[in-house]
Design a binder for this molecule. Structure first.
Ligand code: 3UK
Length: 516
């Protein structure tokens, strides 16, 4: 990919203004349930009006940090572009965050302004009240039309984009927190464009007539890239859903004729039956052509289930907030069950030992990656500990096979050591998920006097199946027959649901702490 940039570049102008200038102003850009439809020209006009509000009415200067809060919606996208056009830094936040977490973000990010969906003001106001450095919190989506929309109506739809340096920060992204502590990562204007030039054209290969849809929040860089930046970089259409539970997503794919889907492994698992009934896959007469999974390991059983239901091979990819987006992946023709894929053009990836020395193929070690989009922590001590020579240690255990495919084992802190054996939780989960009685499951190591740790599984049974001692035995025998017998779960507990982040990641640490 070409990664040479001029010294001054504003990524919002590259993705939005440039497209309208090139003649795509009348093309549909954003759609949402209820009939809302904005062209690229509409998005530009709205983003410019908001940028004028920010600069003329709220006194924003380049480098200010602006918190954005709302469910996925066209207005949230317009706010994001407005902030970046004004040379400020977008700090997007997950809708479910509470005042305590929002307070940490306001503090760490030194946030001075916020644009917030009216319905989500409560927790933000509680956090901002105690922080006088937050000068303005402005609402959008107020049914009375007051707030940001009223201010927009007073402003012109032209705006002179701030001529930012290519390595000015435009995004502060907070990691979604599988361990509970949010970490802030910085991304430059050039990172955004670099991300658009690496994974999308080499692996996803979207077209201008594609219709993108999905569940990840725009506060998650998986969602920002997959549902805003990548479709816009080819002039495609985007469907944004404020709520994207599996049933809602299934209905919306059909209603909007979506062709490219972004969601998490659990969501694919939960949607498989519904997708089959509705014939959503293009091979079976539906609109859906490409399906992308990230955020968590994709169990082979889920890949199989989805393929059987839709005829579509999922495009898996590992990305990280630190790296902005996906750096190891495989397209539908090169997918291998059990492997995430090969390194994306533009990136380098290695498996290394604890001292950072590269390990031979087939040996499990730490994943280290380097590329044009990462990795800069806001926090200096993190930068020293997790980034060496530009290599980011993602905290994942992987091995690379002789063909250069990377095989995920586990998060390093989720590796179970039982009677001297290393057991990756996902491998046991994958085996359990092949059993028809298992809807979802999570595996952790629990302390054991004799073995150090034993494997314990939390299982959500499929509705209507009796979960008792009989099923425990059956699942244990099933795992022993499916993978090496010493990996079988010696303890199994049945649950109605499992703790997950808003991005669909299992929170194994909460199961280890014994929390619900
Ligand atoms: C795990 C995966 C196995 C892995 C993300 C795509 O997930 C994203 O960012 P986060 O910072 O978490 C990063 C960690 O999540 N992971 C992600 N994808 C996979 N594990 N297979 C996968 N396909 O532990 C990684 O270190 O929340 C994903 C694009 C942008 C992102 N920010």
């Amino acid at each position: 990919p070409s990664l040479q940039f001029p010294p001054l570049m504003n990524c919002a102008a590259e993705l939005l203004d440039r497209r309208v200038v090139a003649g795509d102003g009348e093309r549909v850009c954003l759609r949402a349930p209820g009939g809302l439809r904005w062209t690229y020209g509409d998005l530009l006009a709205n983003a410019n009006r908001i940028a004028n509000v920010l600069v003329r009415e709220l006194g924003i200067v380049p480098g200010n940090r602006v918190l954005l809060r709302g469910p996925n919606s066209p207005m949230l996208v317009a706010c994001w572009f407005a902030v970046v056009k004004a040379g400020a830094i977008a700090v997007t936040t997950m809708p479910l965050l509470r005042a305590k977490e929002l307070g940490q973000i306001l503090d760490k990010g030194r946030v001075t302004h916020a644009l917030c969906a009216q319905a989500l003001r409560g927790e933000l106001d509680a956090a901002a009240a105690a922080r006088p450095f937050v000068a303005h919190v402005v609402s959008f989506g107020d049914p009375s039309g007051a707030g940001l929309e009223a201010a927009m109506a007073r402003q012109p739809e032209q705006f002179d984009n701030v001529a930012t340096a290519v390595d000015d920060t435009c995004i502060l992204a907070f990691t979604s927190g599988t361990t509970g502590q949010p970490k802030a990562t910085m991304h430059f204007h050039r990172d955004v464009i670099a991300a658009c030039r690496c994974w999308p054209p080499h692996v996803l290969r979207p077209q201008a007539d594609d219709v993108f849809i999905g569940s990840p929040p725009l506060a998650f860089t998986f969602g920002l890239g997959g549902l805003v930046l990548f479709p816009m970089s080819v002039g495609a259409a985007i469907v944004l859903l404020e709520q994207a539970s599996p049933p809602q997503l299934l209905d919306a794919i059909r209603e909007f004729g979506a062709t490219i889907l972004f969601t998490a492994p659990t969501s694919y698992r939960a949607m498989a039956e519904g997708a089959r009934e509705r014939r959503l896959g293009a091979p079976y007469g539906g609109s859906l052509v490409k399906c992308v999974s990230a955020g968590e390991v994709l169990p082979a059983a889920t890949r199989e289930l989805w393929k059987d239901a839709t005829g579509i091979e999922i495009i898996d990819g590992i990305g990280a907030t630190e790296m902005f987006h996906i750096f190891i992946s495989a397209d539908e023709e090169h997918a291998r069950p059990g492997a995430t894929g090969t390194v994306v053009p533009g990136y380098r990836a290695e498996i290394v030992d604890d001292e950072g020395r590269e390990l031979p193929a087939g040996t499990v070690g730490r994943l280290a990656v380097k590329g044009p989009t990462g990795c800069r922590y806001l926090d200096d001590s993190r930068q020293r500990n997790y980034v060496r020579d530009g290599w980011n240690y993602t905290g994942d255990a992987y091995y690379m096979d002789a063909d250069g495919y990377f095989h995920y084992q586990s998060r390093l802190d989720d590796m179970i050591v039982s009677a001297g054996y290393n057991i990756g939780a996902p491998e046991v989960e994958d085996a359990l998920m092949q059993h028809p009685a298992v809807a979802e499951c999570a595996v952790i190591g629990v302390p054991d006097e004799e073995r150090g740790q034993i494997v314990k599984a939390f299982v959500v049974p499929r509705p209507g199946l009796g979960a008792g001692e009989m099923l425990v035995r059956e699942l244990q025998d099933f795992v022993k027959r499916t993978i090496a017998p010493y990996k079988y779960p010696r303890a199994i507990e049945f649950r109605d649901s499992l703790p997950r982040t808003e991005t669909g990641k299992l929170q194994r640490f909460r199961l280890r702490e014994g929390k619900p």
